[in-house]
Design a protein around this ligand. Structure first.
Ligand SMILES: Cc1ncc(COP(=O)(O)O)c(C=O)c1O
Length: 493
C-alpha cells in the first residue's frame, strides 16, 4: 500500500503547471465540500455549488485520460478518424437540432441527398426524377427497428384484411443468423418472435437453406441474400405467401458496392424491400448516424409516418426519437461528395490490403488459426492453435500493455467452445500499425510462453501475494514509526 498525503502548502498549487492541483487541495478552485463530493464518494449527486470552468474541464479531462485510445480500439467498426475539414463542419453544426427542419432547411436537404445517393448505390428502382424512400437514423439499430416495424405493420394489415389473427406476439418471426443485440431488441420491444438460424463450427454465417426452412406464414422478414431470394421466391410461389427480405448491411452496405459491385445483395433482388446501413461504420462518419432505405413507397406503410407542423411547414417523420444532432448527417454528406465512388473504393481497397497484411503476419507466427474469410468485411478473426497454457483472453489482456484494444470472445452458442481474437481494420489502421501489432503479438506470445503453466502460475501468484502483504505491513509500520519519531522531536501534536 502506498501512503499518500495532501499538498502541504495550498499556495504552492497556484503555481503548479498541472491543473491537477484542483484535485490535490480544496483551494483554489474547489470548495472543501465540492472536493469531498467529487472525490470522496459523492460522485452521483449534483454538487451544490458551481466551480470555475477550467476546473471542470481539467477534472473531466484527467478522468478521461483513463479511457482507451479510440484509434487503437480494434474492437469496433465505428469510425475514429475524419479529415480536419469534416471535423470543422461537425463542430460548426453541433448546436443544430436536426428535427427543426423548417429552421434548418439546408440540413434537411443534405439528408435527403444522402438518402437518394444511398438508394441509388443500393440499386433502388427509382426514376431520375423520383425521390427515394429512406431516413437518417442514429445508427443501424434504429434503422432495423424502423424497417422491422414497417414489415410488422404491413403483415398485420394484410392479416386483418384476411380476417386472420394478427395480435399474437409470437406470430411474426424473423430468422437471423447473427448474434447482434439489435435484432433481439427489435424482437422484444416490438413483440416479434425471433427465429435464430444457429451457426455451426465450420459455418459462421446464416445458412439460407435452413433460414427458408424456418419460414412460415407469419414470417415478416429476414436478412441475407441471393440464394435466400431464390429459395424464398420458390417458397412464396408454392404457398401463396409474400415473405420479404430485409438486409442488415450495417457494415457491408458501404463495402460491397465499392469492391464487389457484381455481388447481388441489394434492391436488384426483387424480395429485398428494405436495407439498413451504418453511416458511422464504413460510411466513414463518427458515431451517431445510420440509414434505413426502402425499395418503394409501398414498402413503408403510411400510418407509420407522422406529420408535424408546429416547427413550421409540414414535415413527415419516421424515427424513434425526435431531437437529434445534425453534425453526423452533414459529415456523411461531406464524405459522399469529398470521396465520391472512387474515394470510397480506394479507402475500402486499402482496408482490405491492410487486412491481408495483418492476416499474413498473424498466420506467419504459426500460433494462430485464421477464422475470418478473405472476402467480406475487413476483419481478422483468429484463435490460438494451442490454448492449453494460456488463452486468447490472456493474449488480449497482455496486448493492452502496448495500448492495443483487441477483444477476445467466444462464438455464439452453437460454436461457443471457440474463443477468438478479432481485429477490425478501419480507414485509420495503417499498414505500419498492422506490422507493429504483429510484432507486439510476437512479444506477448514469447512472454506468455516463458511463464509457468496455469497451476504453477496460480501457486506462484499466491506466494507473491503473501510476500506483498508482508511488505505492505512493514511499509505501514515504518511510516507510523517515523511519524511518531518526528512528533517526538518537533513537539507538534
Ligand atoms: C450486423 C449488424 N447489425 C446491426 C448492428 C448495429 O449497428 P449500430 O451500431 O449502427 O446501431 C451491428 C453492430 O455492429 C452489426 O454488426
Amino acid at each position: 500500500m502506498v501512503v499518500t498525503t495532501m499538498a502541504a502548502d495550498p499556495g504552492e498549487s497556484l503555481y503548479s503547471t498541472f491543473a491537477s492541483r484542483y484535485v490535490q487541495t480544496p483551494s483554489p478552485g474547489l470548495s472543501p465540500s465540492l472536493y469531498l463530493s467529487l472525490y470522496c464518494g459523492g460522485r452521483f449527486k449534483m454538487p451544490e455549488t458551481a466551480i470555475p470552468r477550467e476546473a471542470a474541464f481539467q477534472i473531466i479531462s484527467d478522468e478521461l485520460m483513463l479511457d482507451g485510445n479510440p484509434r487503437l480500439n480494434l474492437a469496433s467498426f465505428v469510425t475514429t478518424w475524419m479529415e480536419p475539414e469534416c471535423d470543422r463542419l461537425v463542430m460548426a453544426s453541433i448546436n443544430k437540432n436536426y428535427v427543426d427542419m423548417d429552421e434548418y432547411p439546408v440540413t434537411t436537404e443534405l439528408q435527403n441527398r444522402c438518402v437518394n445517393m444511398i438508394a441509388h448505390l443500393f440499386h433502388a428502382p427509382i426514376g431520375e426524377e423520383e425521390a427515394a424512400v429512406g431516413v437518417g437514423t442514429v445508427g443501424s439499430s434504429e434503422a432495423i427497428m424502423l424497417a422491422g416495424l414497417a414489415f410488422k405493420t404491413k403483415w398485420q394489415k394484410k392479416r386483418k384484411a384476411q380476417g386472420k389473427p394478427f395480435h399474437s406476439p409470437t406470430s411474426s418471426p424473423a430468422p437471423t443468423s447473427r448474434y447482434t443485440v439489435c435484432w433481439e431488441k427489435f424482437a422484444r420491444y416490438f413483440e416479434v418472435e425471433l427465429k435464430e438460424v444457429k451457426l455451426r463450427d465450420d459455418f459462421y454465417v446464416m445458412d439460407p437453406v435452413k433460414a427458408v426452412e424456418m419460414v412460415d406464414e407469419n414470417t415478416i422478414c429476414f436478412e441475407d441474400v441471393r440464394l435466400l431470394n431464390q429459395l424464398l421466391s420458390d417458397k412464396n410461389k408454392e404457398t401463396g405467401w409474400d415473405t420479404p427480405i430485409h438486409v442488415d448491411a450495417a457494415s457491408g452496405g458501404f463495402i460491397a458496392p465499392f469492391i464487389y459491385p457484381e455481388l447481388e445483395w441489394d434492391f436488384r433482388l426483387p424480395l429485398v424491400k428494405s436495407i439498413n446501413v451504418s453511416g458511422h461504420k464504413y460510411g466513414l462518419v463518427y458515431a451517431g448516424v445510420g440509414w434505413a432505405i426502402w425499395r418503394s413507397k409501398e414498402d413503408l406503410p403510411e400510418e407509420l409516418i407522422f406529420h408535424i407542423n408546429y416547427l413550421g411547414s409540414d414535415q413527415p417523420t419516421f424515427t424513434l426519437n425526435f431531437s437529434r444532432g445534425s453534425s453526423q448527417i452533414i459529415a456523411q454528406y461531406y464524405q459522399f461528395i469529398r470521396l465520391g465512388f472512387e474515394g470510397y473504393r480506394n479507402v475500402i481497397e486499402n482496408c482490405m490490403k491492410n487486412t491481408r497484411a495483418l492476416r499474413d503476419g498473424i498466420a506467419g507466427t504459426g500460433r494462430f488459426t485464421i477464422l475470418s474469410k478473405d472476402v467480406g468485411v475487413p476483419v481478422v478473426a483468429f484463435s490460438l492453435v494451442d490454448a492449453g497454457k494460456y488463452t486468447v483472453f490472456d493474449v488480449s489482456e497482455s496486448l493492452r500493455r502496448f495500448g492495443w484494444i483487441v477483444p477476445a470472445y467466444t462464438m455464439p452458442p452453437a460454436a461457443g467452445h471457440i474463443a477468438v481474437l478479432r481485429v477490425v481494420i478501419r480507414e485509420d489502421f495503417s499498414r505500419g500499425l498492422a506490422e507493429r501489432l504483429v510484432s507486439h503479438l510476437c512479444k506477448v506470445l514469447a512472454e506468455l510462453d516463458a511463464l509457468p503453466g496455469r497451476t504453477a502460475a496460480a501457486a506462484h501468484l499466491a506466494a507473491a501475494d503473501a510476500g506483498k502483504a508482508a511488505a505492505e505491513e512493514e511499509e505501514i509500520a515504518t511510516f507510523w514509526r517515523r511519524l511518531a519519531d518526528r512528533r517526538k522531536t518537533s513537539g507538534v501534536c
